[in-house]
Design a protein around this ligand. Structure first.
Ligand code: FAD
Length: 213
């Protein structure tokens, strides 16, 4: 199995960094092929803008989604995006590893999605290719994240709302839209308030999930 880990944390020694390393070691130990897109280490450009489109179909008015389609047709995709698309093409499974920031992805990871899941590559608005006709149909996607808040704060009664609702939304608009199958998410809630032993148990739980991927 080919696994791409898209990893978004600015500190290699963070818990997210450890989860990423554990996933790489475990997958390789099981005989799988692994590639990592370490977005901070790559200094990934997070913002989709006009600089991504050197051969514009309309130089007067910038329409990002139509320019994406045009860039695919003209094979005028910037190298950093093309390299990520090659990794996506290669992957059977894509894991996003990240800390929850503002109940969402860190901006650098959202920017990876904005710039890599192109119209004409991951879906196609003109050919109506999305969801069951999405262009990344044969692949599986998994969200793996940590929170600052405890699980109790991410419930319907808690201040942040139910995490399942938030994650179901991400899975739907991200993976399902491009045709991918959703794998169950993995989360560590409030690791800062845990004992060392509890955190070690969470890392073991993660390793089991990865082994059974
Ligand atoms: C801009 C911003 C917005 C945020 N918004 C939210 C939000 O909306 N909701 C929310 O819940 N939280 C939020 N947070 C908090 C954030 O989600 C957590 O700080 C983050 O998930 C913790 O993950 P980490 O990898 O940074 O952990 P770290 O801080 O690196 O580690 C957490 C704990 O685990 C320990 N640890 C690290 N590595 C290991 C290891 N290998 N083995 C055992 N223990 C280890 C550390 O010593 C520490 O005690 C936000 C934070 C920021 C910066």
């Amino acid at each position: 199995m080919n696994v791409l880990i898209v990893y978004a944390h600015p500190e290699p020694e963070s818990l997210n960094g450890s989860l990423k390393e554990l996933a790489v070691d475990t997958l390789k130990g099981e005989g799988h092929q692994v590639q990592v897109s370490d977005l901070y280490a790559m200094n990934w450009k997070a913002v989709l803008d006009e600089d991504d489109f050197k051969e514009r179909m309309n130089p007067e008015l910038f329409n990002p989604i139509m320019e994406q389609l045009n860039a695919v047709k003209k094979e005028a995709i910037p190298l950093d995006i093309k390299e990520e698309m090659d990794k996506v093409r290669w992957a059977d499974v894509i894991i996003f590893q990240f800390p929850i920031w503002w109940s969402n992805f860190p901006a650098i990871l959202k920017g990876w999605v904005d710039r890599v899941f192109f119209n004409g590559f991951a879906f196609n608005t003109v050919e109506m290719q999305s969801y069951d006709k999405g262009l990344l149909k044969s692949k599986k996607g998994m969200l793996s994240f940590t929170t600052g808040a405890s699980r109790e704060l991410y419930t319907d009664e808690g201040p942040h709302g139910e995490i399942e609702t938030i994650i179901n939304y991400f899975n739907h608009v991200l993976f399902e839209l491009v045709g991918m199958e959703v794998l169950p998410y993995f989360a560590i809630f409030g690791p800062g308030a845990m004992s060392e032993k509890q955190r070690e148990a969470e890392l073991e739980r993660f390793q089991e999930v990865i082994q059974n991927l």
